[in-house]
Design a protein around this ligand. Structure first.
Ligand code: ZN
Ligand code: ZN
Length: 343
């Protein structure tokens, strides 16, 4: 019984290339009571591995949060398997707007404490007392209301390249920080204003809306299915699309274009650009926005220092890295003094 990946990302990429078959990038989540997440995890891995599913999936006692890619020809079988699991029957699948066969190169199903690292004490409030879920049409209506405060529940590097017009975008590194900042800013308006929130696929709003209600906000709304589902609905129902720019995603694609607006700038020269990259110096790996001209001039690096290191022979780079952890992978997303044009 195979319970873990046996192929490297490189080998997998070659296989996908060779197969030449279309893959679908999908995400979904569900809060549910899972008695034994480890057994559930193994069950998913075995079946999904057979179906050549790749992705990053978190399983916890509180539910499942999945981002994955499925070969198009196996989609029906995959869907059937989901429907065979009671609490996942007819779960809403967010299908990516821009497809990329290489969005995921491994199948990682991990057992975690929570399905979103939101930093919240779930026992301190009623997580089931959520905000009102609204669809794209109602959302469009709500955000034009002068009594509405629209809040982007994502991180700064996500809202930087795309957001709804007039949204408050807290300049924070973690979800937990943003909750308190917003509460403080809106302390006077807990009863008279409508608090409307959104995130990528809806999952972050599930707990945030309950948290705000617990904090005394009377009118709390959340965009059902997030930006991904919103985009699908405005396209299908021919509604006005009030989103600007790109939707940041946590896979190889990094972002999918929703509208042609470019609302961000290259962090190195300031010219309009909304392409996220990771610094090519493996020891740095900083996530930042870089235009093509700068990418060429800087050898895909974030700074002159990184460029110098990146130019060294691989063995020497490895020696320099020895014993050091790459903290940028975790903490410094999109933040560094070397980035002159980061707002
Ligand atoms: Zn530039
Ligand atoms: Zn760097």
């Amino acid at each position: 019984m195979q319970l873990y990946n046996t192929l490297s990302a490189k080998e997998r990429a070659a296989l996908i290339e060779e197969a030449g078959q279309e893959r679908l990038t999908i995400s979904f989540y569900k809060y549910a009571q899972i008695g034994n997440p480890s057994i559930f995890r193994n069950h998913l891995f075995i079946r999904w591995n057979e179906l050549d599913v790749l992705g990053r999936i978190y399983v916890a006692h509180e539910g499942i949060n999945a981002q994955l890619s499925v070969p198009a020809e196996n989609f029906e079988a995959f869907k059937e398997h989901l429907d065979s699991i009671t609490f996942l029957e007819n779960v809403r699948l967010n299908i990516a707007i821009e497809q990329d066969n290489m969005s995921f190169l491994k199948l990682k199903v991990k057992v975690r404490e929570k399905i979103v690292a939101d930093g919240l004490e779930d026992n301190a409030f009623d997580v089931t007392n959520k905000g009102i879920h609204v669809d794209a049409e109602k959302f469009n209506e709500l955000i034009e209301d002068p009594n509405t405060v629209l809040v982007d529940m994502r991180n700064h590097y996500e809202s930087e390249i795309g957001r709804f017009k007039n949204a408050i975008t807290p300049d924070v590194d973690t979800f937990r920080d943003s909750l308190d900042i917003i509460e403080k800013d809106l302390a006077e308006h807990k009863e008279d204003k409508k608090l409307v929130m959104y995130c990528t696929g809806g999952i972050r709003c599930e707990k945030a809306s309950a948290y705000y209600k617990h904090k005394g906000f009377k009118n709390v709304y959340q965009l059902e299915g997030g930006i991904i589902e919103y985009t699908r609905q405005v396209t299908n129902k021919k509604l006005e699309n009030k989103f600007l720019g790109k939707n940041f995603v946590f896979d190889h694609r990094r972002g999918e274009r929703i509208t042609e607006d470019v609302i961000a700038n290259c962090h190195q020269c300031g010219s309009p650009c909304d392409t996220h990259v990771n610094c090519a110096n493996e020891a740095c790996h900083l996530l930042f926005i870089q235009c093509e001209t700068c990418a060429e001039a800087m050898d895909n690096c974030c700074s002159v220092d990184c460029k110098d290191i990146h130019a060294l022979p691989f063995e020497e780079q490895k020696k320099l890295r020895k014993g050091k952890t790459v903290s940028n992978k975790i903490f410094k997303k999109g933040r560094s003094e070397v980035l002159k044009f980061k707002k």
